[in-house]
Design a protein around this ligand. Structure first.
Ligand code: ADP
Ligand code: MG
Length: 606
């Protein structure tokens, strides 16, 4: 067999000749099917294109020994079976004009030809209307046999000994375990996008995994994460997001942020139905998660973007999955979609489904609407008075006038956790974490959005940053001034700060954070050729960090006893505060013990 990649340069003087078709096929095959996962992807996409509703997949030896995909799709007519294996033979487009509106995954008519050039293929098919099926066996682009075959309607492609006739390519493969992992990724991705299709997967000697057909995308997503990625998540824990504008739509699910991870591999993005890997989308998800927590961890997430094809280049090279967005980038759009739904995570109070009964929520406290106030600073004083500094009692508001509060404060344990009851059971609320979020949202609402309020410094402050950092900040001075930070060059390694966001100033107008750290850290976080949006983003993040530190200092501590009024006020405020399900560091602010959990603990229920 010819081994393409070991061809030496010995024929330098040979005359030009057309390659034999089998050689051309092998060369082309290398591009289309780099590895088993790429072949598998092609086979699965053919099944999707054929309108399959059930697909079963077998992967042996990492897909190198065997890959088999069976579907119940429309099948291939007997007379076209040979053509399906031929190069540039496709049923999906007819003319160049069709290229501009492709509705199928495939259209190049290359995949089956490429696969059969580098393996032994059994292709069997029976169109829905046919009485009987037919099977073709091919190896290295040669048809070895063709015969009738009893089979249900649909198509099966079985690929054996991939790359056996191209040993040099085979050498580039990773271990069977690694190749298998890649095959599985392809399957899980497709399964995420197609809940309407049943997938059955058998890989080596493991028990088959089934993804039954479902109408609920959330159900499929949870199952793929559990069985495919080993992430313990329940369907009802998934947070849905959706947003639409002319020309662009996005929807999907975020997993709970407690499951956030340090890498972006669990951001599964689909652009117009195709799985893609894209920085813009994963950065948008990261930025959204940062609104909840500064951990800098990526949320796990499934995201479907539908975008006017004019606004995006999808690289349809079979083994790549890259997109390039034309202006405007969908970053802001996706960020907003995700952040809006994360913002709805407040105190997870369950409203009673009918009139409260004695075992459900009853209103015990006064109807006084209470609100945590802005005097957070006072909280740094020892907590002594019964109605503390942190709480402001305001005139009646809509909040409590209409209905009994859905959550009832029962008491404090360990001077730290508020024990509360709602329709669904008990809630333990971490008073410090909760108050931190409430304070933080208030601070950033007051002083940061839409644009930081700034104040000139009475006496400009000179800061030694070293030459490189000073150069960088000086070069950005114009942009930084727009963000509320006015600086000028002062000496070889020095800059002088003349104006700052008020957020960074104390009541006497002096900086409340060490400016050398603040600016030094900020400069270090910037790349030399930072774009204005990234700069604004990075500055905002640095500011928010400062806000978080402040809200942490300004919040009630663990160990401080809250009165009933204060506790009620905090709970009410949490229900009115975006992101209140987490403190600004991403920790949960509450933990639930449902009636169900409690009954199980007492063995009233199994
Ligand atoms: P393409 O998908 O680009 O058309 P392929 O080489 O993948 O090229 O497939 C060639 C043709 O074989 C397809 O156009 C289709 O008509 C047929 N075919 C392949 N797989 C299937 C399948 N699972 N079910 C029905 N038809 C199929
Ligand atoms: Mg195809």
């Amino acid at each position: 067999m010819l081994d393409i990649s070991s061809t030496k340069r010995v024929h330098a003087n040979a005359s030009i000749q057309l390659l034999a078709p089998a050689v051309a096929d092998q060369i082309a095959a290398g591009e289309v099917v780099e590895r088993p996962a790429a072949a598998l992807k092609e086979l699965l996409e053919n099944s999707l294109d054929a309108g399959a509703s059930r697909i079963s997949i077998r992967v042996l030896g990492g897909g190198i020994d065997l890959l088999e995909v069976s579907d119940d799709g429309r099948g291939i007519p007997e007379t076209e079976l040979r053509l399906a294996l031929a190069r540039y033979a496709t049923s999906k487009i007819q003319s160049a004009a069709d290229l501009s509106h492709i509705a199928s995954f495939g259209f190049r008519g290359e995949a089956l030809a490429a696969i059969s050039a580098v393996s032994r293929v059994h292709l069997s098919s029976r169109p829905q209307a046919a009485e009987v099926g037919r099977e073709l066996i091919a190896e290295a682009s040669q048809i070895l046999d063709e015969r009738a075959k009893a089979r249900p309607p649909g198509t099966t492609v079985r690929v054996e000994n991939l790359f056996a006739n191209t040993p040099a390519r085979k050498k580039f493969l990773k271990t069977p375990a690694a190749e298998r992992a890649q095959c599985l990724q392809i399957i899980y991705r497709l399964a995420l996008a197609h809940p309407e299709i049943e997938f059955t997967l058998t890989a080596d000697d493991t028990a088959p995994v089934v993804f039954p057909r479902t109408e609920r995308l959330a159900s499929r997503v949870a199952r793929v994460f559990r069985l495919g990625f080993g992430v313990e998540v329940k369907e009802d824990e998934l947070l849905h997001f959706a947003r639409a504008k002319p020309n662009i739509k996005v929807h999907g699910f975020v997993l709970p942020l407690r499951l956030a991870v340090k890498h972006s591999r669990h951001i599964f993005a689909f652009v117009n139905g195709r799985a893609v890997k894209d920085k813009v989308l994963s950065q948008a998800a990261l930025a959204a998660a940062r609104e909840v927590s500064f951990g800098g961890e990526y949320p796990q997430l499934v995201l479907f973007l539908e975008i006017d094809p004019e606004l995006v280049d999808v690289n349809v090279h079979p083994t790549k999955a890259e997109v390039r967005f034309r202006d405007p980038s969908p970053f802001g759009f996706v960020y907003k979609a995700v952040v809006e739904s994360l913002a709805t995570l407040r105190l997870p109070v369950t409203e009673p489904s009918h009139a409260p009964t004695p075992t459900q929520v009853t209103q015990v406290t006064s109807d006084l609407p209470l609100e945590l106030g802005t005097q957070f600073r006072a909280k740094l004083e020892p907590c002594a008075s019964p109605l503390p500094h942190s709480v402001v009692v305001t005139p009646p508001s809509a909040l409590s006038a209409q209905s009994a509060p859905a959550v009832r404060f029962l008491g404090t344990i360990h001077d730290t956790y508020l024990v509360c009851q709602d329709a669904d059971g008990l809630l333990l609320v971490d008073q410090h974490a909760a108050h931190e979020r409430v304070t933080y949202e208030r601070l950033r609402g007051l002083r940061l959005e839409p644009r930081p309020q700034t104040a000139p410094l009475l006496i400009p402050i000179g800061i030694e940053l070293g030459r490189e950092r000073a150069d960088l900040l000086e070069s950005l001075a114009g942009e930084l001034a727009k963000l509320g930070l006015a600086i000028e060059r002062f000496g070889p390694g020095q800059i002088r700060v003349t104006e700052l966001p008020v957020l960074l100033l104390d009541s006497a107008g002096a900086p409340r954070v060490p400016l050398a750290n603040f600016l030094g850290g900020f400069a270090d976080a910037l790349a030399a050729d930072v774009a204005p949006e990234t700069l604004a983003d990075e500055f905002r993040r640095t500011l928010l960090d400062a806000v978080a530190t402040e809200s942490c200092h300004a919040s009630v501590r663990a160990g401080q006893t809250l009165s009933r009024l204060e506790a009620d006020a905090l709970l009410a405020q949490m229900q009115a505060t975006d992101f209140a399900a987490h403190c600004p560091h991403g920790r949960p602010t509450s933990v639930r013990l449902s009636w169900n959990d409690i009954e199980k603990l007492f063995k009233r229920r199994i």
